[in-house]
Design a protein around this ligand. Structure first.
Ligand code: C5P
Length: 396
């Protein structure tokens, strides 16, 4: 599976570095060529000799080695098909997020153009520290991929269990295999993804909207582009930044979203409608700020059902819709798929704290026209996005 793949493994200074040799060993067993770059701090947890023996290649760690090495950070950065840093410490993530390069590994990352996969490992409080989270969000936006961290036992008994444990080497290897196998899954396909929430003005300062964060749409758009698709991401307001590897179009209202989609529809192979579109808008938008009064009645009119409209005029395009349901509504998946003439419907749960609006994880059920139904267990929105796109790729 990884034969002839060139993988550069970076190791930074955290206790999880004791597992880096297992990662190297598994990659070599899968016939990848492996080189290792470690930071000085990583040397406190694992020796270069172990990594050299397992990788079969010299380990690099010094930015200015005594032996003549010319511009070895450039050569090292240009060599790999993929770079994986495991473990990636909070300090290392902070350096990379800020473009700093005090060591060889950071220099390599500043030059590299290949995919970079980071496997963070740290204590729970550190992981949830707002600066670490901000750094990760920044790196994600810049196109870095993440695996983990995961919940589980932390370094010491006093820390107990919590979030922050590095993903196991076999999980990391599996993700690396997926990255390679999915690189061209959607090559040559034009995919339109919608995300975020629409806003419908009531007066110059107020509007009707909803709590959609845009995370699911952004994850889909980013992942589709990584799989080789040409992605147009038509999004309303979001609580996250749109991806950088897609063509992004900001629209505010349902009608603006519909207009943009109709422009893009004829030339697209698929539309994934993850946006939370306001079902209603004010019949009349007040030109002036509405003043306080005893009673206010707002007259609302329905917005167009954009997706149902696309379903009606569908030719070769594949259509994926989302639905947010709770309790009794969970049986509506099939009905909605048929009503809107979709090729896949993704049903989100609105009644669970770890799924649906404004969280990083999701638990969905996929419905297909054949009547087939598939449950996707709780996973990150990035992983759920990849599951949806793998299914879509089979339909295209
Ligand atoms: O019918 P319901 O609102 O549950 O359908 C949700 C799906 O339809 C989502 O994919 C959403 O993006 C899309 N939708 C739409 N236009 C609307 C409302 C929802 O395209 N006005």
């Amino acid at each position: 599976m990884l034969a002839d793949r060139k993988i550069l493994v970076g190791a930074t200074g955290g206790i999880a570095a004791y597992k880096t040799p297992f990662l190297v060993r598994q990659l070599v067993e899968k016939k990848a060529s492996v080189r290792v770059v470690m930071t000085e701090a990583a040397g406190n947890f694992v020796t270069p000799l172990v990594l050299e023996t397992l990788s079969g290649n010299p380990v690099s760690s010094e930015l200015f080695p005594r032996q003549f090495a010319s511009t070895h950070h450039i050569e090292l950065a240009r060599w790999p098909d993929l770079i994986v840093v495991a473990p990636a410490t909070a300090d290392f993530i902070g350096r990379v997020a800020n473009g700093l390069a005090p060591d060889l590994l950071c220099n390599v990352l500043l030059v590299a153009t290949s995919t970079v996969l980071l496997a963070p490992a740290m204590n729970t409080e550190m992981w949830f520290h707002s600066q670490v989270q901000e750094n990760c969000a920044k790196l994600e936006k810049l196109g870095y991929e993440f695996i983990g961290p995961e919940e589980g036992k932390l370094a010491t008994a006093s820390e107990g269990e919590g979030m922050g444990r590095m993903s196991e080497p076999d999980t990391i290897v599996k993700r690396i295999e997926e990255i390679f196998s999915e690189r061209e899954l959607l090559k040559g396909k034009r995919i339109v993804v919608t995300g975020g929430r629409t806003e419908e003005a009531i007066d110059p300062v107020r509007y009707l909207s909803n709590r959609s964060s845009g995370k699911m749409g952004a994850a889909l758009a980013r992942a589709a582009a990584r799989m080789g698709a040409q992605v147009s991401f038509v999004h309303g307001r979001m609580s996250v930044e749109p991806p950088q590897n897609t063509d992004n179009f900001l629209v505010l209202t349902a009608e603006e979203m519909q207009k943009k989609l109709l422009e893009l529809y004829a030339k697209s192979d698929a539309v994934i409608m993850a946006a939370a579109v306001s079902d209603f808008r004010a019949e009349k938008v007040s030109r002036e700020k509405i003043r306080r009064k005893e009673h206010l009645t707002l007259e609302l009119v329905p917005n167009p059902d954009i997706l149902a409209g696309l379903g009606k005029s569908k030719k070769k395009q594949k259509l994926v819709g989302f639905a947010l349901e709770a309790g009794g509504g969970l049986g509506n998946g099939k009905k909605k798929l048929e009503e809107k003439n979709l090729d896949m419907l993704v049903l989100n749960r609105a009644d669970e704290p770890d799924a649906g609006f404004d969280v990083d994880t999701n638990r969905v059920t996929l419905f297909f026209p054949s009547g087939k139904k598939e449950e996707v267990p709780l996973a990150s929105k990035d992983e759920v996005a990849r599951v949806i796109l793998r299914k879509l790729a089979k339909l295209l």
